[in-house]
Ligand binder design. Structure first.
Ligand code: 6GU
Length: 239
């Protein structure tokens, strides 16, 4: 999968992409990432990427020209057309079904905003798919883009050591249950014991215990996932 990320702060992204599972996926060429700084696409000598809003008001607005020209240049040079996404609190909320849909694409272009947002004409001209990661406001789209990249990359075949890890995930492919508790050595720590059944070697009993755990946890913590009420993150999008 190829990812092109557009930002004013490429270092925020390179730091995150340089660690752990994502770094390995990139090294193994399962994921190819390109960072683009749209400040490089400014033409004035001060390299200004933002300006005061017409009509007044607080904050600064990111200018239309560097963004549109940077995204167009990169997209036109792509081997295959991809899917352009703008990270914004005004987008539809990211859920695991959307993550699964994006993981099936061969190429994604992610546009990260800052300040009071982009000039509206960026959206009108580029017509991106607008995605939010939840109902709260971040200082910028970079962290949201990393949330999306992290969630998508782990579904790319080969990125996780054991593909079962993501097939059994909460929220994946209609799974609406939380995961069961996991334990590793030692068997006892400060008087806290590993449940006896997990040490029994009885696979049937272990599966049954895990199924029960899963239901009990979901009932206790996220009853909305079981009855379809409330603020379920896997509910169909109503927008
Ligand atoms: Cl994608 N961007 C920003 N700035 N804030 C957010 C968000 C995105 N998603 C939730 N809050």
């Amino acid at each position: 999968m190829r990812l092109d990320l557009f930002t004013l702060f490429p270092e925020i992204l390179s730091g995150y992409l340089g660690q752990s599972i994502l770094a390995k996926a990139i090294e193994r060429k399962l994921v190819e990432v390109h960072l683009h700084d749209f400040r490089r696409w400014t033409k004035d000598k001060h390299q200004s990427v933002d300006d005061r809003p017409f009509g007044g008001g607080p904050g600064m607005v990111i200018k239309v020209e560097p963004v549109v020209e940077c995204v167009e240049a990169v997209c036109n040079a792509l081997p295959a057309s991809g899917r352009l996404i703008l990270l914004t609190p005004q987008g539809r909320r990211l859920t695991q079904p959307i993550v699964e849909e994006l993981a099936a694409e061969s190429s994604l272009q992610l546009l990260c905003g800052r300040y009071e947002g982009f000039d509206q004409r960026v959206t009108e001209i580029l017509q991106p798919d607008e995605i939010s990661i939840g109902d709260y406001v971040l200082g910028g789209g970079e962290v949201a883009a990393m949330v999306l990249v992290d969630a998508v990359a782990r579904l790319v075949p080969g990125v996780l050591g054991d593909q079962r890890s993501c097939v059994e995930d909460s929220f994946s492919q209609g799974n609406r249950l939380l995961e069961f508790a996991q334990y590793t050595r030692p068997r006892e720590y400060r008087g806290y014991q590993v449940p006896e059944v997990l040490l029994s070697g009885n696979h049937e009993a272990i599966s049954k215990w895990r199924r029960e755990q899963t239901l009990e946890r979901t009932r206790d913590r996220r009853a909305d996932l079981l009855d379809g009420s409330g603020d379920s993150p896997v509910e169909p999008d109503r927008s």
